[in-house]
Design a protein around this ligand. Structure first.
Ligand code: SAM
Ligand code: SF4
Length: 350
């Protein structure tokens, strides 16, 4: 309990204490950790849950990350990319249901080049001046990020995946590096994006010490958002036979990050919901405060297969919005309509 109190009171903790908390077998301490994290989330945001409409804009990718079903060497995958018109149509519908943030996520698709991103963001910005536009399109040059920001994008999600450089190399081919990933995150922050980092939990080769490094990095870099979900294997990747990450450890990390950064935006991720029924609610109860329902067209949702047995958490109409509202209400949460910014970041235009 002392470790949790220390974290909760001072929002700082040393590596040894984090290690002890990650390894703790005492279920009463773990329950207390979750309860404290929820209390701190309530203090910052009340029982509000922010929702983002997730659009999976392309499953083409020039990269070959060992864990991801979209990797370029996966020849089994039926590839697709959404047009700007389709994205705009999806956003228009989702806006009427209540969404005020849209997330455009995709593989690093050379055909969805900078001009395409700028054109798409510009159209969304004109059509939805009261909405936040989030991008999650991977590693780009500083100049590209600058153009996206100037076109009106507010936020960028780029998980650091692991802070440890040699672990990063276990997860990625040589042409990718932790150094460049962190450099991209630095550029995004400089350019005024509300920036999100994060990692998979239980990725192959990950140790408790790696997670401690991740937590210290997250604490020091104070991102606006942190995305963490369990690693889940995909049958057509080099990690096909690796075990999935654990629900318990994912929830524990969500709680620790909430205590380290009380105002951070923390999604209960699709991967968590795919690993266990009701996983997203467990995430909220452990201190998460964001959900990202999938508003992509149905064919795209299936083909955006990062891992096997994905539960996309799709939303296809106002009835799904009402059903989510009811589920959250029954669990004591409130579905919030609004951009859902981090309290510490102002929302000034680019
Ligand atoms: N291409 C962009 C990128 O890599 O940042 C955005 C899309 S990528 C699919 C989004 C995230 O999905 C990655 O950052 C990674 O953490 C997660 N992901 C990929 N494969 C996964 C897997 N097998 N299990 C769990 N999460 C996975
Ligand atoms: Fe591409 Fe992102 Fe998947 Fe890596 S994680 S293969 S960059 S979509």
């Amino acid at each position: 309990m002392e470790l949790v109190d220390q974290l909760s009171r001072h929002q700082t903790i040393d590596a040894e204490a984090l290690r002890a908390l990650l390894l703790c077998q005492d279920t009463s301490v773990v329950s207390y950790l979750h309860a404290e994290a929820r209390r701190v989330a309530d203090q910052a945001y009340g029982r509000k849950v922010f929702v983002r409409g997730l659009l999976e804009v392309s499953n083409h990718c020039r990269n070959n990350c060992y864990y991801c079903g979209l990797r370029r060497d996966n020849r089994e995958l039926r590839r697709y990319r959404l047009t700007t018109d389709t994205i705009v149509d999806c956003c228009k519908k989702a806006y009427t249901w209540g969404f005020r943030t849209f997330v455009l996520q995709g593989g690093e698709d050379p055909q969805q080049d900078d001009d395409w991103v700028v054109e798409t963001v510009t159209r969304l910005r004109q059509l939805f001046p009261d909405c936040a536009i989030t991008l999650s399109l991977g590693e780009k040059s500083r100049e590209s990020y600058k153009r996206f920001r100037e076109a009106g994008a507010d936020r960028y999600l780029l998980r650091h995946e692991t802070y440890n450089a040699s672990h990063y190399q276990q997860l990625h081919p040589r042409e990718m590096s932790q150094h460049h990933r962190l450099q991209c995150l630095g550029w995004l922050r400089e350019l005024g994006f509300q920036t999100g980092c994060g990692m998979m939990v239980g990725s192959p080769g990950q140790t408790v010490d790696h997670l401690v490094e991740d937590l210290l990095y997250i604490h020091a870099s104070r991102p606006a958002m942190v995305g963490m979900g369990p690693f889940l294997p995909h049958h057509a990747t080099p990690f096909a036979h690796e075990p999935a990450g654990s629900v318990e450890l994912t929830l524990r990390l969500i709680s620790i990050v909430r205590l380290l950064l009380p105002e951070v935006l923390l999604p209960a991720t699709t991967a968590l919901g795919s690993l266990i029924p009701g996983g997203r609610l467990l995430g909220l109860k452990a201190g998460a405060n964001v959900l990202m329902p999938n508003v992509s067209p149905s064919g795209a949702r299936e083909a955006y297969a990062l891992y096997d047995h994905k539960d996309a958490g799709a939303m296809t109409g106002p009835a799904d919005w009402a059903a989510l509202e009811k589920t959250l209400d029954e669990a004591g949460f409130e579905l919030a309509v609004g951009r859902g910014d981090n309290l510490l970041y102002n929302t000034c235009p680019p």
